[in-house]
Structures are given as C-alpha cells and as structure tokens.
Design a protein around this ligand. Structure first.
Ligand code: COS
Length: 387
C-alpha cells in the first residue's frame, strides 16, 4: 500500500509482531502488576536487533532505517507499552544521540553493547525544577584544574530506565551564565563513585519501565566522555528528542491500535438489548472515529520517519514533523483508550482485561519527551519562525 514499505520492512514488522505477541504479550500483565523490569525480554529484543535498529552493523545494530524502527516500535508497544518505552530510549535517545554526535571510540564503547541489548542506556535532561523549560537546569559540571575530568554535582529526575541503566547520556550546565548555550552532554557510567540512584517513581502506567531520580555527588567524568563540544548540549538534547518523539508517537500508535482491536472484537461479541453492541450507531461512531484517528496518526508517523531519513542527506531539521506525529498520536492514544474503556463498560474498568492498562499507559505519551503543549509550541514556532 505504501511504496516506501519494502519487503525488508515487512520482514522486520513480522519479526517484531511475532516476538511481541508470542513472548511479550503473555508477560505484560505480570510486569504491569508487579512493576518488575522485564530484563529477560529486553535482552532478547537486543539479540533480535530491536535495540539498535538504525545503528550500523559494525556497532552491533540492525542497520535499517527509520521506517523499520517505527514499524517495530508500533508492534512491540501494541503488546506492551513498557517494552516500547525501554526500546525507544535505547534506540532514539541513547544510540541515536551517540551515533550523531559521538567519537568513533564512544560509538564502539557505548553504542555497541546497548544496540546488542547487553547493556541498557538512558537519557537524562529533566531536573526537579526544569522539565519543559529544559534550559533552566541547575546541575553543574566543572572542569578540574588538571583539565582531565569534569566534576559533576546535582540531581536529575524522571530518568527512564535509570534503575537498570549501565550508561546514561547526561545533560548538565558547564557555563550557567550562558543559559541554554552553557549546557554540555556527557556519557556517564552508572557503576562509578559519585553516581547515586534516587527514589524510583511509582507510576500510573508503563509500570514495567523503571524510572528514577539520579544524583551526582562529585562524580568525576573523564574529558573523553564528553559528548560533543562544551555548550553544544542543548542542541544535542533537542535534536535527539526530535528522533525520540517519533519513537513515542509509534508507541502511542501501538497502544491505540491495541485498544481499537479489542474494541472491535468486543463490539462484535457483546450483546445488549437483543443485538450486538456493534450494531448500535453510538458504538459505530466511536469505532469509525477511532479508526480514522489511528490511521491518521500512522500517516503522520510515516511522514516524520521519512523526514528524518531525508535529513540524513539534507541536514534539515524535522522537528515539526516529529512534534506533529507525537502530538497527534499521543492524543489519539489517550482518546482511543478512553473510548475503548467506554465501549467495554465495566469490563473496561476491570483488571481482567488489558483495556485499563492501555488507558493508563496512553497518558504518559502526552507528557514525556515534551508535553502536548510543548509539541504545539514547536509546531507553531516552525510555522511562524517566531519564538
Ligand atoms: N534541534 C536542534 N537545535 C534546536 C532544536 C532542535 N530540535 N530546538 C531548539 N534548538 C536550538 C535553537 O535553534 C536555539 O539555538 P541558538 O542558541 O543558536 O539560538 C537553541 O536550541 C534554543 O532554542 P529555543 O530558543 O527554541 O529554546 P527554548 O528554551 O525556548 O526551548 C523548547 C524550546 C520549549 C521547544 C524546548 O525547551 C523543549 O523542547 N522543551 C521540552 C523538553 C522536553 O521534551 N523534556 C522532556 C525530556 S525527556 S522525558
């Protein structure tokens, strides 16, 4: 149907679907209920190439493109959004950032184990007092007198995968007086002195994706672990988030697709007033609108993925396309999941079915990697050129 979806893309989609439905779906409820990090399935996803889809083979990846990535993300998230979160951070925020801005040594040392699923990567931008206003961070990195290490102090929050991460791409201030132009990126080893894991967040949804605070207490980061130049951190963070937002849009699409599929089945089976509920026009309207929004989300995701692929040669930014996909797909996921609960009635509210999980998981897609309000800001700024 879409000329840009090749046989190779269909193969990775099928492989992701098989793995998601046969291996992830059966354990999704357990991980949601317990909040247990799904380390076994995450490692298997790495072995199958899902943790570094766009990473070249030489660095342990599957060496495919962004269309392959969004297809696989969608399939994995349809079975379980928590796995989708872990996959998205490893691919878009960790590997992608280092592939774009890292040295050859950094790519070999950090991308390879994460792309292979042997190590977990994380991305840390947010702080207790700076979320949407990412440039307002308070954590600091100061170069030591010998010029060999940056000494990092401060507290970061809402770091996805932090409780299990081996390495973290950290954004912190090196020159606070320069505001966003004083932010620098570093590659952090979580087993080094001065790195402390803070409290794990008890979350409404994506409960198997572990999220925590991290604290730096005189952490000594060697100069060679700086990612990019001093002061480039904000632009690195933002451009990496553009890629991340395409991943989250695909995750949202997977959740919405799962909620829609369950709703169709229920409408075909459940009877009320002597007929299938799918024969009532009020249910038909819901299903029709759900389908339109799901398919429209998918098209915006394809548009963003193609824009990202084109950017490889043109160098153009694809921020607007990524934000449009993230905004529309996440609001669709929340809306579709809400309709799914309504269609299922009491059963939609019960933990016996995964519908309430879709509802809880959908909400975060409107918040993380930039709230819907931030996405609208990015889109409007791109349209007008005004900040
Ligand atoms: N790619 C590359 N550069 C970018 C960029 C992008 N996507 N977005 C902004 N920049 C650059 C700008 O070009 C500007 O460069 P100069 O310093 O040369 O002028 C610089 O970054 C600052 O941009 P801007 O003035 O737009 O920054 P603001 O402080 O106004 O912030 C928003 C812009 C709000 C869009 C940004 O802070 C944002 O996305 N916030 C949300 C953060 C987020 O998603 N947090 C969740 C973290 S993951 S859970």
């Amino acid at each position: 149907m879409f000329p840009f979806i090749t046989e190779e893309h269909q193969m990775i989609r099928q492989a992701a679907r098989d793995f998601a439905q046969n291996v992830i779906a059966p354990v999704a409820e357990h991980h949601d209920a317990t909040g247990e990090f799904p380390i076994n399935t995450v490692r298997q996803m790495g072995e199958l190439g899902f943790m570094g889809i766009e990473v070249p083979e030489v660095y342990g990846g599957a060496e495919m493109d962004t269309i392959a990535y969004v297809l696989a993300m969608d399939e994995i998230s349809r079975a379980d959004a928590s796995h989708g979160t872990i996959m998205s951070v490893n691919n878009s925020l960790f590997c992608n950032g280092i592939m774009q801005y890292g040295t050859e040594k950094q790519k070999q040392q950090y991308v390879t184990p994460v792309a292979l699923g042997k190590a977990i990567g994380a991305y840390s931008l947010t702080e207790p007092m700076s979320g949407s206003d990412a440039g307002a961070m308070k954590s600091r990195a100061v170069l030591n007198d010998a010029g060999t290490h940056y000494i990092i102090n401060g507290r970061k929050s809402w770091v996805t995968s932090a409780p299990y991460a081996d390495y973290i791409v950290l954004f912190t201030m090196t020159q606070p007086e320069k505001k966003h132009r004083g932010v620098t990126a570093f590659l952090i080893h979580t087993d080094q002195p001065g790195f402390i894991r803070g409290k794990t967040e008890p979350k409404l949804g994506i409960r198997a994706s572990a999220t925590s605070e991290i604290i730096f207490d005189n952490y000594a980061c060697p100069m060679e672990n700086r990612l990019g130049n001093e002061g480039d951190g904000f632009k690195i963070a933002m451009s990496v988030l553009d890629a991340g937002r395409i991943g989250i849009a695909s995750q949202a699409l997977g959740i919405a697709e799962a909620a829609l599929a369950a709703s169709i089945s229920y409408a075909q089976e459940r009877e009320a007033f002597g007929q299938k509920i799918g024969q009532f026009q009020m249910i038909q309207q819901k299903l029709a609108d759900m389908k339109c929004r799901v398919d429209a989300s998918r098209l915006l995701i394809y548009q963003a993925a193609l824009a990202k692929m084109a950017a490889k040669t043109t160098g153009a930014r694809y921020s607007m396309e990524a934000s449009m996909a993230k905004l529309f797909a996440s609001e669709t996921a929340m809306w579709v999941a809400t309709q799914a609960v309504q269609i299922h009635g009491g059963m939609g509210y019960s933990k016996e079915l995964p519908i309430e999980r879709y509802f809880r998981d959908a909400k975060i897609t409107e918040i993380y990697e930039g709230t819907s309000e931030i996405q609208r800001m990015v889109i409007a700024r791109s349209l007008t050129g005004l900040s």
